[in-house]
Design a protein around this ligand. Structure first.
Ligand code: 1GP
Length: 245
């Protein structure tokens, strides 16, 4: 079954998923073994691979190395059309619908399309909504867009609705990597009540309690990156929240 169908099915069954985000720029492969072993033991559902920059040109190598060590699906979460690789399983084809930068709404997609058409990757069109996380994140600076204000759930709802009507298959609510304030349950609840596509939530999530709160509010997939870089063992309780929220 492809990943998109799996997500739709899980949503229909109320089954929650967890994704661990790796930024290839920050990864030290020699230090990764413990994290990968733990992720395999806990049946982490997906690895998301991406970042706002990617300066080290290690994407293929990072993907191949993870693939050698575990079979968790590898999902590209690209910051630009330079961050593509055939070595992953799927790609979130992100359109930054909270912003008004045409390059990230459609421009980069046009450049990437012929490469992706030939690739074996599953391409999943995804509405990407950047929400203010209380600090200027890399994605905000690099994308040259304003995030949706954290208290304006109505704007997030209308944006997600428009994205769904345009045919986007997932919505990703992101406060940005390292956000000081993660997205509120009120906003997650409002958006997930409004759309029928699976909702992914990430950015600044540091505790298992916040993971559980997001699931209760309606998140179908919770993404955690930064918090696990300093303490991979947090993954155990965070992963447990998928069934005890
Ligand atoms: C960022 O949602 C991801 O796009 C994860 O954010 O690194 O803050 O967990 P963190």
């Amino acid at each position: 079954m492809n990943l998109h169908h799996q997500l739709q099915e899980s949503k229909a069954n109320g089954q929650k998923k967890m994704a661990v985000l790796f930024d290839p720029d920050k990864m030290r492969l020699e230090k990764m073994s413990q994290t990968l072993e733990l992720a395999a033991e806990l049946n982490i559902d997906y690895f998301f691979i991406g970042g706002s920059l990617i300066v080290n040109n290690m994407l293929d190598e990072v993907l191949a190395s993870i693939r050698q060590r575990c079979s968790i699906p590898l999902v590209l979460f690209p910051g630009s059309s330079f961050q593509l690789s055939y070595k992953a399983d799927a790609l979130l084809f992100l359109s930054l619908i909270s912003g008004r930068n045409p390059e990230l709404l459609i421009g980069q997609h046009v450049i990437a399309a012929p490469f992706l058409k030939m690739s074996p990757l599953e391409i999943i069109s995804t509405g990407y909504l950047l929400i203010d996380g209380g600090v200027q994140t890399s994605v905000q600076y690099m994308s040259n867009t304003y995030p949706i204000p954290a208290q304006k759930a109505d704007i997030a709802v209308c944006t997600a609705l428009a994205g769904e009507m345009l045919g986007l298959k997932l919505m990703y609510l992101d406060a940005g990597s390292g956000a000081r304030i993660p997205i509120s349950s009120a906003m997650i609840e409002a958006v997930s009540n409004a759309v029928s596509v699976p909702v992914i939530v990430g950015g600044g999530i540091r505790t298992p309690e916040k993971v559980a709160e997001n699931y209760r509010a309606g998140a179908d997939v919770v993404v955690v990156g930064t918090a696990l870089e300093s303490d991979p063992s947090l993954m155990r309780e965070m992963a447990a929240a998928r069934t005890s929220f």
